[in-house]
Design a protein around this ligand. Structure first.
Ligand code: PEP
Length: 248
């Protein structure tokens, strides 16, 4: 069964109130792109305003991270319940910037994903190899290992999305070859089949992320087992993000 592509934008620590104009333009553009799903994950400070702005449009709003606990003494953190309360429907967990800069392990990512599912959020689980791991020929072992260790109980097509993001391709302008992306996505699909069975595994969307831009989106999005993109820098400008979405 063909899965509907998801084009998701991760704004990271970018955006203030003035950036709502870009979100409005993306939501307006999404109205015509009915064959795909679209999502923006803004910084937490913008989620409620953006969710209100996009209510009733085809643009969904997500968080960039959540804590595994529902509430408590975790200064600066945000819970899955808070994201839902603010109007989010999705949350990214295990982004490589969280795994690297905040030393998050796959076990923690799994706990976060389980907290997200517990609140009815779709968890977008990020995995990906470093350049050293790729050069050592360890890519498939690393990403399938991260997938196994990060996947929450209850994973299925309506609860999780997997984003393959080679760490060395994020924000660098470098991308793997199409053959490399297809090889990794085929391995991830096979791993999901072995973990969840073919029926369930076939419903889970596998996104590619890492320097996706209007000029390479069509080629990436047409690859087998690529069911969308997680876009960083190019999601900050409505024109670029809509051009990527239109390339599907
Ligand atoms: C990301 O951070 O998830 C990402 C894919 O970034 P970029 O598109 O800027 O490489």
């Amino acid at each position: 069964m063909a899965l509907t592509h998801l084009i998701a934008g991760n704004w990271k620590m970018n955006g203030v109130g003035a950036s709502l104009d870009e979100a409005r333009a993306i939501a307006e553009g999404a109205a015509a792109l009915t064959r795909i799903d679209m999502l923006i994950c803004p910084p937490a400070t913008l989620i409620a305003r953006m969710a209100a702005l996009c209510a009733g449009t085809r643009l969904a709003i997500g968080g960039q991270d959540c804590h595994a606990a529902q509430s408590g003494a975790f200064t600066g953190d945000i819970s899955a319940a808070m994201l839902v309360d603010a109007g989010a429907s999705h949350v990214i967990v295990g982004h490589s910037e969280r795994r690297t800069l905040h030393a998050e392990t796959s076990a923690q990512v799994r706990a976060k994903a389980e907290a997200a599912l517990g609140q009815g959020l779709v968890a977008i689980i990020c995995i990906g190899e470093t350049l050293a791991e790729r050069e050592a020929g360890e890519t498939l072992a690393v990403v399938t290992g991260q997938l196994r260790a990060s996947l929450p109980a209850g994973a299925g097509g309506s609860t999780v999305v997997i984003a393959y993001e080679p760490v060395w391709a994020i924000g660098t302008g470098k991308t793997p070859t199409s053959a490399d992306v297809a090889e990794v996505h085929a391995a991830l699909r096979a791993e999901l089949v072995s973990l969840l069975g073919a029926g369930n595994a076939g419903l889970i969307r596998l996104l590619y992320g890492g320097s996706v831009k209007p000029s390479n989106a069509a080629e990436m999005m047409a690859l087998p087992n690529v069911n969308g993109a997680l876009v960083g820098g190019a999601s900050l400008k409505a024109a670029d993000f809509l051009a990527i979405a239109a390339a599907v």
